[in-house]
Design a protein around this ligand. Structure first.
Ligand SMILES: Nc1nc2c(c(=O)[nH]1)N[C@H]1C(S)=C(S)[C@@H](COP(=O)(O)O)O[C@H]1N2
Ligand SMILES: [Mo]
Length: 528
């Protein structure tokens, strides 16, 4: 039965081709991650290619990803890259059965893509960053070349003495098993090494005990926290605090070796501060609500924490910086993180007396790694992307004309004060509350201006005043509640806030791009 056996041979061969490809791919990744662990953490190919994709993602697509996948967007991206790599590895493995060189060349091409991605990242340190991709590609190409030779000796008939049926299954499987073992070992070693790198950072955080603030935050006003089911805590616990950044691997910075450089236009006394020096200064503690410009109307990307930090304006004044209103020549402060992110804030805002700080503590603990350990910047009243640099390491004074930071290069606004907004947290959309009294509640925010009034409307009825939680500072959100006497039927609940300048929150819908969403938040519920 000749065709059955030739069919079987074809399937077996395709299978061994696919296996060769997968093993070559795994070897490539393992070798690359091991090299990255040795040369520079976070320069592995999946991280740099993912980072390069994030850098190039158009704002609407990025917003779609945040909307659809929420904070899992990075995981989805990395899984996507791995799926693509897996499929490509299988395809190249099968290709290599017939065209050994072409298969190996294909693997090398992936190395070039990885190297190019590494060079394109904002934090690239130059040619060394291409090493992981190059090392991985060379290892992967060599493995594919070797395995495809063993899988298909007929692919190069002149060099083999035997015929088609004579390929050594055992020879191939032995080589495959040896490769798998080598890749696993390299991968495990890479993991151990990069884990060790992070240890210094973890140890420096564990060893840290934060000094008491020279200026403590006022005690939370009684009545700031409303006692209504379904409304969140006034102070957001760290584990529930939203996270938005472009970092595929969270930077692990050792506080002991961390430095902050302050330099640039109008800086007459440039300085480099160590973490110890910052901690020795009088610290200020403040409740501040941080908000992301990518937060949709009704969205989850804001939170309030009790931050501890060094007043930034003092550091700037010591360096000789003056705000434009006092004759200073720099109007933009560009903060740069260890991962190359740049964020630009108006110097005037940072120095106008508000509590702009370099934060070292969050809710009584050292900054968590996810939120910028050891130091991050915070400027009340500005969206995070123009103020809240995590893992900060450099502050450069410049002008808005001279320099566009990361997000501005990607079409977001240069200046972005937080818009007056409000949100209904309870009842949830499509809830089915029983008829009778229903507590409608949520938060409203207009950092720096404060909230003076919140109103709720049921369907097209009149606006009704909500009760407001206490407000200690204009830099935090304010909770509100409204007791609604619900009648059966479908109802739309809508909220709007008025800020401290008397401005009523606009009904005008705006997208998050370029400077933050606006419009009223509504929730539809059915009262059975
Ligand atoms: N280094 C770095 N800092 C960053 C970002 C980033 O991508 N990288 N994102 C900014 C944005 S867009 C926001 S909204 C805040 C979010 O801070 P959080 O993750 O602590 O909530 O951090 C800001 N600081
Ligand atoms: Mo943001």
């Amino acid at each position: 039965m000749p065709h059955v056996s030739s069919f079987r041979t074809t399937v077996t061969r395709a299978g061994s081709g696919a296996l060769s490809g997968l093993l070559a791919g795994s070897t490539a990744l393992a070798a690359a991650e091991l090299t990255a662990a040795l040369v520079r953490p976070a320069s592995g190919p999946v991280t740099v290619v993912g980072g390069a994709v994030i850098d190039r993602t158009p704002a609407p697509v990025k917003d779609f990803a945040i909307r659809t996948f929420g904070e899992n967007d990075k995981l989805v991206l990395q899984l996507g890259i791995l799926v693509l790599l897996t499929l490509s590895a299988i395809a190249l493995g099968i290709l290599a059965l017939r065209h050994r060189r072409a298969g190996a060349t294909g693997v090398l091409l992936f190395g070039i893509i990885g190297g190019a991605a590494a060079l394109s990242r904002p934090d690239t340190a130059g040619a060394a960053d291409t090493l992981p991709s190059v090392a991985g590609a060379v290892a992967g190409a060599a493995v594919l070349h070797m395995l495809s030779g063993k899988a298909n000796p007929t692919g190069s008939p002149k060099k083999t003495e035997g015929g088609a049926g004579n390929w050594s299954r055992r020879g191939f499987l032995t080589a495959a098993a040896a490769t798998a073992a080598a890749a696993a070992t390299a991968g495990a070693l890479g993991r151990v090494l990069s884990g060790e790198r992070g240890q210094g950072a973890v140890a420096s955080r564990n060893a840290l005990s934060l000094p008491a603030p020279a200026t403590p935050a006022p005690a939370l006003a009684t009545g700031a926290q409303l006692k209504v089911d379904g409304i969140g805590p006034f102070t957001t616990p760290v584990r529930d605090f939203y996270r938005v950044d472009t970092a595929l691997t969270v930077p692990m910075v050792d506080a002991g070796t961390w430095r902050l450089r302050i330099h640039g236009k109008g800086v007459t006394r440039p300085r480099t501060h160590s973490f110890e020096e910052l901690l020795a200064r009088p610290l200020t503690e403040r409740d501040i609500t941080l908000t992301c410009v990518s937060n949709e109307v009704g969205g989850p990307y804001l939170g309030t924490a009790r931050w501890l930090g060094v007043p930034l304006a003092d550091l700037l004044r010591e360096a000789g910086v003056r705000p434009p209103s006092q004759g200073g020549t720099a109007d933009q402060l560009v903060a740069r993180s260890v991962d190359g992110m740049t964020l630009g804030s108006p110097v005037e805002d940072v120095m106008d007396g508000r509590d702009a700080i370099l934060a070292v503590g969050m809710n009584g603990e050292p900054l968590p790694f996810d939120h910028g350990f050891p130091v991050r910047m915070l400027v009340p009243g500005l969206y995070g992307y123009v103020s809240a640099c995590k893992w900060i390491t450099d502050i450069e004074l410049t002008t808005f004309d001279a320099y566009d930071p990361y997000w501005v290069k990607r079409k977001w606004a240069r200046r972005a004060p937080i818009k007056t907004q409000s949100r209904i947290d309870t009842p949830k959309p499509f809830a089915r509350p029983a008829a009778g009294p229903v507590m409608v509640a949520g938060v409203a925010w207009a950092q720096r201006r404060g909230i003076t009034r919140v109103e709720v409307r049921v369907d097209d009825g009149p606006w009704q005043d909500a009760d407001l939680g206490a407000q200690e500072t204009t830099d935090t959100w304010r909770q509100w509640s409204y007791r609604w006497n619900a009648a059966s039927g479908g109802h739309t609940l809508t909220v709007r806030a008025t800020d401290g300048t008397g401005q009523v929150q606009t009904e005008q819908r705006a997208r998050t791009i370029p400077d933050g969403a606006s419009g009223w938040h509504s929730v539809f519920v059915t009262v059975p």
